[in-house]
Write a protein that binds this ligand. Structure first.
Ligand code: HH2
Length: 258
């Protein structure tokens, strides 16, 4: 899953693709690099980010969706707002990726009657304050139980199991240790029976581990993507599609040889 941030303030690529035209060009490049799926977002969820109004998010996202109608891969839209979800469906989105796991009133109902896939992500707190002091008694059990409960809520709203993807939400209200515990026990989440998506790309935990700024975290991101897949992720959400594909190709070759 290639990341297309149509935002002025995302933590890594904020402002680079804020204009619809450059976001569309970037998205096309990611498809040429081998992305199987694109995730278009109009609101940053980086730690400390303020929420934006639905009008502004629609203004950022819809022209990008319209420009990607013929891009040849499914488009996911990264949003928490029911009105953005509904508009995204009308503009051709194949997946809604909600970092709050469809917590907003009306969110589940907005997608239930369609055929789109849904990505349910775990987050402790909200972006503005989530990294202040994340606390868990047992991070893996809490994240797994939360995701299981949200998958049940989807089923109760009429969403077929085949449409559901789960994501532990690396970096969303989690310390480095929390993220590492979730990575090494991703299998516990995969055991719920849904495909798991992992998003480590260029995140600050990789900066803490390597001492490098976001622009120098490619190698660390590739390592985290590989390890995520080895531990049970079926999809990885990344900024660097070509490099990630190469890394995953080596893993696939090693696995088929052994
Ligand atoms: N991470 C980000 C945003 N959306 N969605 C899912 N399902 N999983 C993630 O790990 C995830 C996500 C943060 O990355 P990015 O979009 O690059 O930054 P920003 O939120 O600043 O736009």
């Amino acid at each position: 899953m290639g990341v297309v941030n149509a935002t002025p303030d995302s933590f890594y690529d904020g402002g680079r693709h804020a204009a619809a035209r450059t976001a569309i060009e970037h998205a096309r490049r990611l498809v040429e690099e081998g992305a199987d799926l694109l995730d278009v977002g109009g609101e940053s969820s980086r730690p400390g980010a303020d929420a934006i109004a639905a009008d502004e998010e629609l203004r950022r996202v819809l022209p990008v969706l319209d420009g990607l109608r013929e891009v040849g891969v499914p488009i996911s839209v990264d949003t928490t707002k029911p009105e953005v979800m509904r508009a995204a469906l009308e503009h051709g989105a194949a997946m809604i990726n909600d970092i709050t796991a469809f917590a907003s009133p009306g969110a589940l109902e907005s997608v239930a009657r369609s055929e789109v896939a849904v990505c349910l992500m775990h987050m402790q707190g909200r972006p503005r304050t989530m990294q202040a002091d994340p606390v868990y008694a047992d991070v893996v059990a809490e994240v797994r139980d939360f995701l299981a409960a949200r998958a049940e809520a989807c089923a109760a709203a009429g969403i077929a199991r085949e449409r559901i993807v789960l994501d532990p939400g690396f970096g969303f209200g989690k310390t480095v240790d929390h993220n590492l515990a979730l990575l090494t026990r991703l299998g516990d989440i995969a055991a719920l029976g849904f495909p798991v998506l992992a998003g480590w790309s260029r995140k600050s935990s990789l900066g803490r581990i390597t001492g490098r700024p976001a622009e120098d975290r490619l190698a660390a991101s590739l390592a985290a993507a590989l390890l995520s897949v080895q531990h049970g992720a079926r999809m990885v959400r990344v900024h660097d599609v070509a490099a990630t594909r190469d890394a995953l190709a080596v893993l696939a070759a090693v696995e088929s040889a052994s």
